[in-house]
Design a protein around this ligand. Structure first.
Ligand SMILES: [Zn+2]
Length: 662
């Protein structure tokens, strides 16, 4: 909904204020109504003094006891049973605005025709009603959400989109019918595993067509939770379609979600729910999102304790008053400013998400993972292989681990980047040199097709027409919030415009680092900043270009969470240096069979530093063992052929390969 429509709705609400008050007071039988003060007893919670008051500023009731807001649109939806679009249409038409709600646009479906299901509602629905009664849900609430029953007594959740189009049906099997394996009959198609009718790629939110866009949106984890919120009198309750691990609904409904100026998140209190809440708030915007922290244990008035896991549990085990009470304690996800230490989330490396490199020695012994909410700097002399590391760890591994990537490259065209990334994704088995060429790599045709399908839509390249940091972050905000990308690569420092001049470069760089850190935390992503070294490495030791040798000001090293340096072993390094006494080598100058050394100079979160020697392969891969060399990314997971034996002395290393990099 655009701002224009929002203004019109507000004007219409003001026009209809007198009638609205009368209608609501009468329909909801508001007690102790005071016509002068425009307040009475709240119909949504038990009270003896009047807290339910008309606010002429936004033409809406508000209860100071239970925090509930209620306007004429809510009334049309909740009391008269209209859908959101019909309620708005009614309001505008009644107040003399000519308006008809937009029709659903034809959606583009490349692969197939979406099969919209037919509504099923068996008259004999007592099994469904009884079950939900046992979960604290009234028949009225079931009707409001159009919960129906099929002939087997299964609960059917009818998912409507914002245009009131029934998009899919989710069935919940009752205990009785679960035993019966021959369940059929949800039209038009039944997915045995998810019990979902209609294809699952239109992830609408449950209850979204009954939401008042002028109010606060309440997002919960399951259908039972949105039913419970509604039961407790909390309107505008929706739930996510496929549990706490899937976020495709954010991208799919982004425009619709954007219209709300306030969103409250009510996810379950288990680990997955807590993680999901962080992701949702990061993507929908910290400034407008709050969350309700459902406690795992609630102490009752009589001193007894109950364990709860979600909103429905609170309703069943305690009652709707408790839900209303919880709704008053909206929390913010802390991002900046001041907070109490006890409110900080425990740092648990196992449950905090992040990206692993796929190199066992690094993941197990040094890094563990690049946690989200951090900034990593990668440095190394030209030709050292740092671009390959960036591609391998932060793009290919990211896609393999299910994370989307956004790239700003001030140096490399998308075509070149694409070629390199695809060669890396193809891996050793699917890449060959063109006959008589030692530069041109060819990927098998079928492999290439599969690879493109695999990463389609998951890698976004920011245009390099404007290299200003603010512009880059503004554009990245789109891919991070809408698409949910978790990795942002900035390649490299020298190509990012900071508005610096001769005197303020260092302070501008410190400012940039602080902005990047805040951005990483706010959206819970990993930012990778590529930095060239300050001066050519002296090249005679295995020490890389780390820490303060990195280009830019010292603040870049000081402020980043991770610093990784890539260094290529020279021929001299490989041969080693004799001490002059027989066959002995100088200490630290022993010959090495490796091609590259990766050194961690900074690892703020786990504290472990160290270095790992690696081989380099013609397929643009660094590796330490045969499994990593012959790594098959998920696009190739059905490949059952035996992985060839590995000869570490014949790993395709070519002196020129490094040269055409960077
Ligand atoms: Zn109230």
């Amino acid at each position: 909904m655009d701002d224009n429509l929002r203004d019109i709705i507000q004007t219409a609400k003001e026009k209809l204020a007198v009638e609205s008050i009368e209608l609501i007071v009468r329909d909801l039988e508001i007690e102790d109504w005071d016509e002068d003060k425009l307040q009475g007893c709240c119909p949504f919670h038990n009270e003896k003094t009047s807290s339910f008051k008309w606010n002429s500023k936004n033409s809406s009731f508000h209860c100071f006891g239970c925090n509930k807001s209620y306007d004429i649109i809510n009334h049309y939806i909740s009391f008269q049973g209209l859908t959101s679009r019909n309620a708005i249409e009614s309001l505008l038409n009644e107040t003399g605005f000519e308006y008809s709600a937009p029709q659903k646009k034809q959606e583009k479906d490349i692969n197939r025709i979406y099969k919209y299901p037919k509504r099923v509602a068996n008259e004999n629905d007592s099994m469904v009603k009884d079950y939900w009664k046992s979960r604290g849900i009234s028949d009225e609430t079931l009707k409001f959400f159009d919960v129906t029953s099929n002939q087997y007594g299964n609960t059917l959740f009818n998912y409507y989109d914002e245009y009131d189009v029934l998009t899919f049906i989710k069935a919940r099997y009752s205990k009785e019918t679960a035993k019966n394996e021959k369940i059929i009959g949800i039209t038009p198609k039944e997915d045995k595993k998810n019990n979902i009718s209609g294809a699952g790629d239109k992830p609408v939110l449950y209850g979204m067509n009954k939401v008042n866009p002028m109010g606060t949106l309440n997002i919960s984890e399951g259908e039972g939770d949105s039913l419970s919120l509604h039961e407790a009198g909390i309107t505008n309750a929706v739930s996510v379609p496929f549990g706490s691990n899937t976020f495709s609904w954010i991208e799919y409904n982004y425009e619709w979600l954007s219209q709300f100026s306030r969103i409250v998140v009510w996810m379950d209190n288990d680990e997955a729910g807590v993680k999901a809440r962080r992701e949702i708030i990061s993507r929908l915007g910290h400034h407008k999102c709050r969350f309700i922290d459902i406690p795992k244990e609630i102490i009752l008035e009589d001193g007894n304790k109950v364990n709860v896991k979600d909103v429905n549990d609170v309703l069943v085990k305690i009652g709707k008053e408790k839900i209303l009470e919880l709704s008053k304690y909206e929390k913010e996800l802390p991002i900046e400013g001041i907070m109490s230490l006890e409110d900080a989330e425990d740092f648990n490396p196992e449950t905090w998400d992040g990206l692993r490199t796929g190199i066992k020695q690094i993941d197990d012994n040094i890094l563990y993972k690049f946690f989200f909410g951090t900034v990593a700097t990668i440095t190394g002399t030209p030709g050292s292989g740092k671009s390959t590391i960036v591609n391998q760890w932060f793009i290919n591994e990211a896609i393999n681990q299910g994370y989307g990537v956004t790239i700003f490259s001030g140096e490399m065209s998308p075509s070149i980047l694409k070629t390199w990334i695809e060669v890396g994704m193809a891996g050793r088995e699917h890449v060959n040199f063109k006959p008589n060429s030692k530069f041109i790599r060819i990927i098998d045709k079928t492999a290439k097709e599969k690879i493109i399908d695999w990463y389609r839509g998951k890698i976004h390249v920011l245009k390099d027409d404007d290299n200003n940091l603010e512009v880059i972050l503004k554009r990245a905000e789109q891919t991070v919030m809408v698409n949910g990308d978790k990795i942002l690569i900035l390649d490299n420092l020298a190509t990012i415009g900071l508005g610096e001049n001769d005197v303020n470069t260092f302070s501008k760089q410190a400012e940039m680092m602080n902005k990047l850190k805040a951005f990483a935390i706010k959206y819970n992503i990993l930012i990778v900043l590529v930095v060239h070294p300050r001066k050519p490495s002296n090249g005679n030791s295995a020490e890389g270009v780390g820490g303060y040798e990195m280009g830019g000001s010292a603040s870049i090293f000081n402020l980043c969470h991770y610093n990784v340096s890539v260094r290529r072993y020279t021929d001299a390094d490989k041969k080693g240096e004799k001490s002059g006494r027989g066959d002995e080598y100088k200490r630290g100058k022993e010959p090495t069979p490796y091609d590259t050394c990766i050194q961690f100079y900074k690892n703020r979160l786990m504290g472990t530093l160290g270095k790992v020697d690696m081989y380099f392969d013609m397929s643009y891969r660094f590796y330490t063992n045969p499994e990593e060399l012959w790594k098959r990314y998920n696009w190739d997971k059905d490949n059952k052929t035996t992985i060839p034996n590995h000869d570490p002395n014949n790993h395709g290393i070519d002196e020129d390969i490094f040269e055409d990099e960077d």
